[in-house]
Design a protein around this ligand. Sequence first.
Ligand code: FNR
Length: 362
Amino acid sequence: MPSSTPSSARPRPEPGALTVAELARAARRALPRAAWDYFRAGADGEVTLAANRRAFARWPLYPRVLVDVARCDPGLELLGARLAFPILIAPMAYQKLAHPDGELATARAAAGLGTVMVVSTLATVALEEVAAAAPGPRWFQLYVHRDRGLTRELVARARAAGYGALVLTVDAPVLGRRLADVRNGFALPPGLAMANLAGSGTEGDHFGDAARHDPSLNWRDLDWLRGIAGVPLLVKGIVRADDAARAVAAGVAGVIVSNHGGRQLDGTVAALDALPGVVAAVGGSVPVLVDGGVRWGTDVLKALALGAAAVLVGRPVLWGLAVDGEAGVARVLTLLRDELVRAMALAGCPELAAVTRDLVGG
Ligand code: FNR
């Protein structure tokens, strides 16, 4: 496949992908090779990338029967926001690589369907423009750069633009090695930039920017950040119970169990398998979210049964975006939402409060 297919010449999606996997296949056809590789890859041997998916298959469901499920409501309250369903959009860099509308399309789809988009520090649209694109609740994901002034400025900009929470990513002190990106010499194509970092000298340089992330970031910095955040602060990239307990003691408003979609430390435990230990350590004091490998509504049900307040989805959103812009993202979210509602009905859960630990075995 040529590496620079103009977006207007991309094949249209076949009408009605029924599953996330079908959308992934359509996205693969639509995307230039280097972009597909960047989105798909995990680190090194991709052991964790595969483990994230496998973990869901290992937890069987024990559906409840003879419950009135004539109405199933997947709605919830999360950190002060009312969400239509417990599936958020994970922060992901460089969305204009998937579609010319990039983050604007993702934000509109999320707002249209009533869920939260987490906007990446490495977005290709400035955070203020994403905020102006749609009215929905949204959070801002933060990478802390060596230049603390830059971080302080990003935090102030996110607050001024109405972002309801900050998500500090803590699993990327250095960049995981994704072999395809190295082989492809992955770089942002001309015309695309890290729009939030304009003027920092790092805008177009993927590996160069990652090198500016501060590998000395530590627990003391979390206190500093909480002090300047002005909005609830979540940490993303926790898999250990002791780290989760320490984050809660430091005053975070939420914990996101994640191994970065298998893109950082290869061999890390599957996100779903790390979830129960973190949930136990947090003890209900703050919401615990999880991401990594969610591809079906039943995956969401399992994560919630194991104690997650909500899940985030990553790559499926990029696949929808690549295939059909805002409508494609809306299609992914709708698919997952409808699968979840069907799974709730089939498992005897008219609302999320009924999704309890006994629904999964293992
Ligand atoms: C990511 N992820 C990510 N995380 C983050 O905190 N900041 C970021 O900028 C990015 N960028 C990014 C780009 C791409 C292409 C991918 C696939 C992922 C990680 C992301 O938020 C999430 O943790 C995983 O993607 C979840 O796994 P699944 O749903 O993709 O399996």
